[in-house]
Design a binder for this molecule. Sequence first.
Ligand SMILES: *[C@@H]1O[C@H](CO)[C@@H](O)[C@H](O)[C@H]1NC(C)=O
Length: 163
Amino acid sequence: MLSLVSQQLIQLPVTMKALLTLGLLLLSVSVQAKVYERCELARTLKRNGLSGYSGVSLSDWVCLAQHESGYNTEAINYNPGDQSTNYGIFQINSRNWCNDSKTPDAVNACGIPCSALLQDDITEAMECAKRVVSDPQGIRPWVAWRKHCRKRDLPQYIQNCGV
Ligand SMILES: *[C@@H]1O[C@H](CO)[C@@H](O)[C@H](O)[C@H]1NC(C)=O
């Protein structure tokens, strides 16, 4: 009985420490995740030359990001079918474009680790997105773009953004 009590006294602080560590970890993750505001993204894309890049309009880019990631730079989605993963605000795929060291038969055409696509600063993600649409397929590989943006009137995505 005595040993049980003393054991519990020792274990309690350990549990609290573990919870505190977990809490701090979750806090730091949530602080780091950046979700762009629609117009902030539109302006950033325009400033970096994506408006009209390879024939892709600014509103198409914003529509794509809205429906692929909800403007979340840390969005990660695994595709069990081909064991690839989509990364970041544009959900760029690890089979062709970035290296996550776990996708079978992958080609790293953007020449970057996939983690680079998850940064708050989307400079590398934008450069890789330009590389993607430079291929003959253009913007068409993006499923959410085909589903929600193709052949639609999209002025609302850049409305009142001053772009
Ligand atoms: C991906 O990165 C790993 C570790 O840096 C490296 O060993 C591997 O060759 C890279 N694969 C590709 C396709 O770039």
